[in-house]
Design a binder for this molecule. Structure first.
Ligand code: 5GP
Length: 118
């Protein structure tokens, strides 16, 4: 039994969110605490808690997250300058919400991907 999260309630419109795209497979909405001018979360409507939980049958929807990201990047006007796609996994990855989500972040130079190891 997969655990429902705040994102399930956003998909079901039980919680308010600035939804920028939704269909039968995915929902995309603006992050409540944006780290850049564009910060959108793209999530499968099916609850997949983490990348570790992706199963073979989920491969199509996981790929589809990237197609939606590409379209939204164009819609947001950030495709040409570029952007970053991020998926955090578990504690070391800094994951806070256990419903798989692809962060689409852009609209300004984003700096180095990670601080130095050490
Ligand atoms: P994670 O750290 O799990 O990769 O990212 C979770 C993201 O969800 C964070 O960037 C956080 O700001 C965002 N977030 C958490 N709660 C809500 C919410 O209720 N609404 C929206 N729109 N974003 C949320």
């Amino acid at each position: 039994m997969v655990q429902e999260t705040i994102f399930s309630k956003i998909i079901a419109k039980e919680l308010p969110a600035d939804i920028v795209y939704q269909d039968e497979r995915v929902t995309a909405f603006r992050d409540i605490d944006p780290k850049a001018p564009t910060h959108i979360l793209i999530i499968p409507n099916k609850i997949i808690p983490t990348v570790n939980d992706i199963e073979a049958e989920d491969e199509a929807v996981v790929g589809y997250l990237f197609s939606v990201a590409r379209k939204l990047a164009k819609q947001e006007g950030i495709a040409e300058n570029g952007y970053r796609l991020i998926i955090n996994c578990n504690q070391h990855g800094g994951q806070e919400v256990f419903h798989l989500h692809l962060h689409l972040v852009g609209g300004q130079p984003l700096g180095p991907m990670l601080s130095s190891h050490g």
